[in-house]
Design a protein around this ligand. Structure first.
Ligand code: ATP
Length: 271
């Protein structure tokens, strides 16, 4: 990674993605509890949190794979809370799922073609993905089951890109990959974002998240424990929020614009 968070993350104007008071259950378990946030164009908005914090559930709910019991999801000004997943994909919400979920017996290019089946118009196509990942071109006919984890992750990203999303939902890119491979994959983000994309990522590797994110949002047992820009939060705050030790600092009032927020966002706004 370049070490540079996404630059220029304008928070004036309209949010591209706005999630308000979201509650999601898995059976009796409240996996997401009143989570609110806004993502602005060009941001890399990162969710961090321990195992079981609800990060994947949140991302999957945005993609339409879980149905919230209450709350709303607005994308580009439109309420998509009840929209089917494929309709969200064609609207511009692209997902790179945890564990890649490629078709292992299909070739690299066939997997990319699967992604293109719900494609919007835009600059991303198979050739453009091959420009981003030049190694893919000569291995286009190789089955993905024969590829390394890092290569498969890149194919999964390519599969999402060929649909020309406006927001890329990236679930645990680093899962099962060596740190050097993770860094190589994250190093692609600036080039991807430069084509006008916005990213929402779930990342267990906190230092990686802090390196790439313009905004971080920590979940614990489904609830927001901290959110702000990487510059606004200290390592101690992140650690406390991650492990559930977060306390509102003495004398701190309700979070103000421009400062890190502890606890659920007061108004669903990004700081
Ligand atoms: P991890 O990093 O381990 O994936 P996470 O932060 O992404 O964790 P989730 O996978 O969203 O967390 O899980 C949140 C809670 O919901 C956990 O207690 C998990 O066991 C539970 N859960 C997740 N998916 C399901 C499901 N399909 N059915 C029942 N419970 C689920």
């Amino acid at each position: 990674m370049t070490g540079q968070p996404a630059s220029g993350t304008p928070q004036n104007g309209s949010a591209l993605l706005e999630v308000s008071d979201l509650v999601v259950y898995h059976g009796q378990l409240k996996a997401i509890d009143q989570v609110s946030f806004r993502v602005f164009p060009g941001e890399v908005y990162a969710f961090i949190g321990a195992n079981g914090a609800g990060k994947s559930t949140l991302l999957r709910t945005i993609a339409g794979l879980h149905r919230p019991s209450t709350g709303s999801i607005r994308f580009d000004g439109r309420d998509v809370t009840r929209l089917r997943p494929e309709r969200r994909a064609t609207a511009g919400l692209g997902m790179v799922p945890e564990g890649r979920r490629l078709f292992p017996s299909l070739t690299l290019e066939e997997n990319l073609l699967v992604g293109a089946s719900y494609a919007r118009r835009g600059e991303w196509g198979i050739e453009r993905v091959y420009e981003l990942f030049p190694w893919m071109r000569e291995r286009r006919n190789q089955r993905t089951e024969q590829m390394s984890g890092g290569e498969q992750q890149s194919v999964a990203i390519g599969r999402a890109l060929v649909a020309n999303p406006r927001v890329l939902l990236l679930d645990e890119l680093s899962l099962g990959l060596a740190p050097v491979v993770v860094q190589r994959i994250y190093a692609m983000l600036p080039e991807i974002l430069a084509t006008g994309l916005t990213a929402v990522i779930v990342e267990q590797d906190v230092s990686q998240a802090l390196r790439v994110a313009s905004h971080i949002h920590c979940l614990l047992e489904g609830r927001t424990t901290l959110q702000g820009t990487p510059a606004q939060v200290t390592a101690a705050q992140v650690e406390a929020a991650y492990f559930g030790l977060a306390q509102t600092p003495p004398g701190a009032g309700p979070a103000e614009q421009g400062s890190a927020q502890h606890g659920p966002a007061q108004d669903g706004s990004a700081t």
